[in-house]
Design a protein around this ligand. Structure first.
Ligand code: TXA
Ligand code: MG
Length: 322
């Protein structure tokens, strides 16, 4: 099992020697390795059992450091960075040759983010290299939002989990790229609401087409998925029609008749989307571990963080394709 602790120096030493370490961020926990070291990076793919066509996000703590591994930063990107970093936002930028092909799966673009977590920022400022880090879950499964989630699934494969408490946001970063005209485009909904981004760059283009060979695995139709079948539906009308004796409910804010209360979880009884995002993955895991036959889930209001929550619910509901 991995050691769980709060020792930033220890994490830094392990990372400098090519090991992978789980780190806390405000979105989800990441499985980090030295972004300049191909051996460290291959280990990330191995531990996650992640196909190598899926590029990784590179994390660091300053725009100056980012300038050392990208060619140029468009003005819109600088505007977004100034307003929203550190935070749950990832930007796709033209990389230079310091970033290994393995990190970007051969793409000329590198995904970059400054995470908003005090321990990770301290770690990132203590090391000379940026950290490539996907979410610290086995490929395709629900992302971890605390150290215990990481321990349960990857603990036998990594030496250390830096414990920064539960992730404040609870859902992965929003990914934004830039087209030839320098306009921002959305690649993945996430912890920064569209409204916040549009208030800086104006109306956004969407790049969010789910496919089997996606530009981002977050775009895979089946992803973030529990092992138990999850059905996204109108819960009230589905309960009487479902024949499963062990049915679970994952609702936004209310309890339903016809399913035992102990099999039901609400994301936020007050209907708060921040709370719902914060609870989403932990609640999905909890229901997934209850030995249920089916989980009935419903969409949340499609505004603010609701867009990212609904996106994750839809992908969790897809039949697995990998
Ligand atoms: O909040 C987050 O973004 C978390 C924390 C740990 O920072 N990380 C995360 O990583 O969600 P991961 O690997 O689970 O998802 C990263 C997404 C993937 O869908 C990947 O394809 C996309 O970023 N991505 C990375 N590099 C890319 C690139 N060059 N072009 C397009 N998409 C890219
Ligand atoms: Mg992931």
């Amino acid at each position: 099992m991995a050691e769980i602790g709060r020792d930033i120096d220890r994490a830094a030493v392990l990372l400098a020697s090519g090991k992978v370490v789980a780190i806390p961020t405000e979105t989800v926990y990441g499985l980090a390795g030295n972004a300049y070291d191909v051996h460290g990076i291959s280990r990330i793919f191995e531990v996650k059992d992640r196909p190598s066509f899926n590029p990784l996000i590179v994390h660091t703590n300053s725009l100056d450091k980012i300038r050392t591994f990208v060619k140029e930063i468009p003005q819109v990107a600088i505007d977004l960075a100034d307003a929203l970093w550190p935070g749950p936002l990832t930007l796709l930028l033209q990389r230079n040759e310091i970033i290994p092909d393995l990190v970007t799966a051969g793409s000329p673009l590198v995904a970059v983010r400054i995470p908003n977590h005090p321990m990770s920022l301290e770690l990132l400022s203590a090391i000379e290299f940026p950290l490539a880090a996907p979410s610290a879950n086995p490929f395709g499964y629900i992302s971890p939002t605390n150290a215990r989630h990481v321990q349960e699934q990857l603990g036998d494969k990594i030496p250390y989990i830096l414990d920064g408490g539960p992730s404040a946001i609870g859902i992965e970063s929003t990914i934004i790229g830039f087209n030839e005209l320098g306009q921002a485009e959305v690649y993945r909904f996430g912890g920064t609401p569209m409204e916040d981004i549009e208030s800086i760059v104006g109306p956004l283009n969407m790049k969010l087409v789910a496919s089997r060979k996606p530009q981002a695995p977050g775009m895979l139709k089946s992803h973030y998925a529990p092992n138990t079948q999850l059905l996204l539906c109108d819960i009230a009308t589905t309960i009487p029609r479902i024949n499963a004796n062990k049915t679970g409910v994952l609702s936004f804010s209310k309890m339903y008749d016809g399913v035992p209360a102990q099999n039901q979880r609400t994301l936020s009884i007050t209907g708060d989307l921040h709370e719902a995002a914060h609870e989403l993955f932990a609640t999905m895991r909890e229901l997934d571990n209850m030995g249920l036959q089916i989980i009935l889930a419903e969409e949340v209001p499609d505004t603010g963080l609701g867009k990212a929550i609904n996106d994750r619910l839809r992908r969790a509901a897809e039949t697995r394709i990998l």
